[in-house]
Structure formats: C-alpha cells, structure tokens
Design a protein around this ligand. Structure first.
Ligand SMILES: [Zn+2]
Length: 220
C-alpha cells in the first residue's frame, strides 16, 4: 500500500483548503512527464470529483507509471453550493492568463477583474509551474467527448477509444482565458478536457476507469 503525499495548495475565495495528493512512481520511470488531474473547476460538475476519488484509491494500491498530482476539487466554494462559478462569480475556465484572455464575456462567463485574479486559478498555475507538469487533465461534464488542446491529440485519441467517447479538438465555441488556451494552445502541453455525460457516479467511474488509469500509466 503506497501512501500519497497530501498537501494543501492554497485556499479558495471563502477560505476552503484546496487539497492535493501526490503519487510517486517507481524510480525507473521518474523521468516521464509529470501529470496533474483536477476536478470541479466548475462547481456544478461533481461527477469528476467522484472519478478522481476512485482513481486515488487505485493509486494507493499500485503506484502510477509517472509522477502524478491529483486535485479532486478545485472550485470547492462552487461545489458546496452547486454553482459553476466560484464565490466571486468568476468562471475559472475563462480566468487563465492565456494570449486570448479577454475582459469581455457572455453572461455567466465573467473572467475576473484581470487574468488569474482568482485564488483557485493561481493555485493550479503555481502547481504546474512548481512541478513542470506537461500532461494536464481537466474533468468536466456534461458533454461526452475527450477534447484536446496543444500536444494532447495522441493521448485524447487513446482515451476516447478506452471510454468510447471519441476525441475532438474543437468544443464548438470560443473559449478565451480557458485552461486549454493557456496550457494547450499557448504552451503546447498535453491538455485534455474530459467531458463526462450525465451518469450516476459509479457508472461514470466504470466508463472512465481505463482512460483515467491510462493517463497515469497504470495498466488498464
Ligand atoms: Zn465544465
């Protein structure tokens, strides 16, 4: 039984601690690119939190094949009350400091007073900078696709085969200030937006178990 390293990365707008688990691989694969998986950047999408919790349990039984950080829930304030946005009513997935960040927005998509003004976005960006992670997996719902940005096509294609959702590179509408814009389009990381359709928690996990294990190099 491997025990992960637990840390608090920072706090949300309302002071909730943002928790993270680090799972270390066996020594001979430590040179592989570091992965970060995170759920509930949108607080009304709890299905990803459940799936990452289940993945953590499996990683305690068997270490990953690459350094792996998991943030089960980023937008804890939104999650607590079932809102997409954070406690400042910012859509965190429009708040990243990408080249296409814009203060203009549609109703409900407020990107914040400036890029990465929100503590939840700062926490995630700092973890990526500190770890040098380049495999970045965001869990969303309720669509049914494995979307990629930047260098994520190969990974998305395999994940889309494993969960049966297929892979796509265009979500169908512009996403200024999105996580994928900053880390995929601008920085050419392997960015995956895993969209899980409406299912009960256990069905969602069973449908995505192999794809999520694949991301962290566990045998599927
Ligand atoms: Zn979402």
């Amino acid at each position: 039984m491997a025990s992960p390293k637990h840390s608090i990365l920072g706090k949300t707008v309302l002071g909730r601690p943002i928790e993270c688990l680090y799972f270390s691989p066996p020594d001979y694969v430590k040179s592989k690119a570091t992965a970060i998986l995170f759920g509930a950047i949108h607080g009304d999408e709890p299905i990803g939190v459940h799936c990452l919790g289940k993945l953590c349990v499996e990683l305690m039984a068997m270490p990953p094949g690459r350094p792996t950080w998991i943030i089960p829930a980023l937008n804890l304030d939104g999650l607590a009350v079932g809102t997409k946005n954070n406690a400042n009513d910012v859509d965190l997935n429009r708040s990243f400091g990408s080249n296409n960040w814009s203060g203009e927005h549609k109703p409900g998509y407020y990107p914040g007073s400036s890029a990465e003004a929100e503590p939840e976005a700062q926490v995630l960006s700092k973890l990526i900078a500190d770890t040098g992670a380049t495999r970045l997996i965001a869990l969303h719902s309720p669509f049914r696709t494995v979307n990629w940005d930047g260098a994520g096509e190969e990974l998305a294609t395999r994940m889309g085969e494993l969960n049966g959702y297929g892979a796509s590179c265009d979500i169908g509408y512009p996403t200024p200030g999105s996580f994928g814009s900053k880390y995929g389009v601008d920085q050419q990381c392997e960015v995956i937006t895993l969209e899980i359709p409406p299912l009960d928690d256990e069905q969602a996990w069973l449908q995505n178990r192999s794809a999520l294990r694949y991301c962290v190099d566990l045998p599927s």
